[in-house]
Design a binder for this molecule. Structure first.
Ligand SMILES: *Cc1c(COP(=O)(O)O)cnc(C)c1O
Length: 229
């Protein structure tokens, strides 16, 4: 068995254990394999081991890989995104996790309209208010959601956060809780084109805690593919 498939098996077990602990159905949590900076053969290897969801962070790297790989896998885009690069993602991503401003949402709507399809997106929040990270401020959650949800060819499927790194994953728990609260507040606003199905939160070292707080998509890179160069 390859190391990647061993890692995937181990993570799947940890996801199941976390679900048992908080009495959730393991089917309600999906594993997104974050393959940024990893070669396409690592992606094929993970695919052969049964992994079908992959996340990329850089537009050019993503488009190259998507062209090279013809496997029936599902791509998610999770990185910071400039509006002028949205056209390269058009029609190729099942979910864009990193929408943090109206101008970006508007461009996604515009590009997906060209192909007559609906883009599925998440709203990303910078809950730690870190200058180095993208994500909207939680104080503007409702006004941003209202504007984004008014756009055509767009469906907001949930929320995403990339919290501050904490050596002890327990210290990240309040951020995960906060994202879930925000999702409940936005759900209560009954906005059009908003189906609050996904909470994208939790990475290699804290996904178990994120699951306890309601994550439906955990984004795991290092624990599957090893450290990035
Ligand atoms: C790189 C990245 C991950 C994966 O992080 P690991 O610690 O390697 O699991 C998750 N989410 C985002 C947004 C990332 O950029």
């Amino acid at each position: 068995m390859s190391l990647i498939s061993e890692n995937l098996g181990h993570i799947t077990q940890q996801i199941e254990q976390a679900c048992v602990k908080c009495k959730r159905d393991p089917q309600s949590v999906r594993l997104l394999a974050v393959s940024k900076k990893k070669p396409t053969n690592a992606i094929s290897e993970a695919f052969d081991a049964g992994q079908t969801l992959f996340g990329e962070s850089y537009v050019q790297e993503f488009t190259q890989k998507a062209e090279e790989i013809s496997l029936p896998l599902e791509w998610h885009f999770i990185g910071g995104l400039q509006s002028n690069k949205v056209k390269y993602l058009r029609g190729k991503t099942a979910l864009i996790h990193s929408v943090d401003r109206y101008s970006l949402a508007k461009e996604i709507s515009h590009q997906w309209a060209k192909i007559g399809e609906t883009a599925h997106i998440l709203l990303q929040f910078n809950l730690g208010q870190e200058a180095t990270k993208s994500g909207a401020d939680e104080s503007e959650a409702l006004s941003l959601a209202e504007k984004v949800c008014s756009l055509p060819n767009l469906r907001v499927c949930g929320l995403m956060t990339l919290p501050p790194y904490c050596a002890d994953p327990e210290d990240v728990r309040p951020y995960f809780k906060r994202l879930r609260q925000l999702s409940e507040q936005l759900t209560a606003a009954s906005l059009p084109n908003l189906v609050m199905e996904e909470l994208s939160m939790g990475m290699s070292h804290d996904f178990a805690i994120a699951i306890e707080e309601g994550a439906t998509l955990v984004r795991v890179g290092t624990a599957i593919f090893g450290a990035r160069a």
